[in-house]
Design a protein around this ligand. Structure first.
Ligand SMILES: Nc1ncnc2c1ncn2[C@@H]1O[C@H](COP(=O)(O)OP(=O)(O)OP(=O)(O)O)[C@@H](O)[C@H]1O
Length: 237
């Protein structure tokens, strides 16, 4: 069996001495997509922050493409090839759409087609129409597209989407899911945090459910989506 692209073992992290993660284990195979689920406050975003180096790990290991990430600063982790679409989008409000896209762009990776402005605009034609608008003058859906485009401009090998469809109108949400699915089809590896179980199962092979800072269930996403009782037990839906 080939080693996973991302492997997390016994990860511990917290805020100001208060522990939040108590030994998280996760794997993402190259080209695979993992749905990370769980009720509010269970530690999903904290896990993502630890992967990105935005929060120090107090224990455990994060290995990406065979190299240890634990302890590296966020910009070096991004350079290794992990892109983040953060919860709340965090668009630069006083930069234009185009400036937001180029602000964090990074060189392409060997063997993968480079992400360019043209390619991002091809994926999201609305961003091309809004290219000169400031980040705080576009709709929530457009901001979400921009957050995804900006992460793609770093030419990631693994893209982490934290609540990328949260609070969006159904049509825009469907557009975002179809883009996520297309990215998966191109071989990009994904971690997708979202509440929409059936949409997740359409893109992700695997699911991991977090409860109180631990992974309490891991398995095929299709099985999870088909088992209403299990979804109700873990997600309270
Ligand atoms: N900056 C912070 N300082 C202190 N505690 C925090 C901070 N951010 C999160 N927490 C706490 O850490 C725990 C896990 O939060 P986290 O944001 O990782 O959950 P989540 O599973 O992503 O949920 P959500 O869907 O609400 O984002 C919660 O108890 C939360 O209150």
């Amino acid at each position: 069996m080939t080693a996973p692209l991302l492997s997390i073992r016994a990860l511990e992290a917290g805020y100001g001495g208060a522990p939040v993660l108590f030994g998280v284990d996760l794997d993402v195979p190259a080209g695979g997509a993992l749905a990370l689920m769980g009720r509010n406050g269970m530690g999903k975003t904290t896990t993502v922050r630890a992967i990105m180096g935005l929060l120090p790990a107090s224990g455990g290991r994060i290995v990406f493409d065979g190299e240890e990430l634990t302890g590296l600063p966020p910009h070096r982790i991004a350079r290794r090839g992990i892109g983040l679409v953060p919860e709340g989008r965090l668009i630069f409000p006083t930069l234009t759409v185009e400036e937001n896209l180029v602000a964090t762009s990074a060189p392409p990776r060997a063997g993968r087609p480079a992400w360019t402005l043209e390619r991002v605009y091809g994926l999201f034609p609305r961003l091309a129409e809004r290219r000169g608008h400031y980040g705080n003058r576009i709709s929530g859906g457009e901001q979400q597209m921009l957050a995804i485009g900006r992460a793609l401009m770093t030419n990631p090998r693994l893209l982490i989407l934290d609540e990328a469809t949260e609070g969006l109108a159904p049509l825009i949400r469907a557009e975002i899911w179809s883009v996520i699915s297309a990215l998966k089809g191109e071989g990009l590896s994904l971690i997708v945090i979202d509440k929409h179980v059936s949409a997740l199962a359409g893109v992700c092979e695997a699911v991991a459910v977090m409860e109180k800072g631990r992974v309490v269930h891991a398995g095929p996403a299709a099985d999870f989506a088909a088992d209403k009782e299990m979804a109700a037990r873990y997600l309270g839906v």
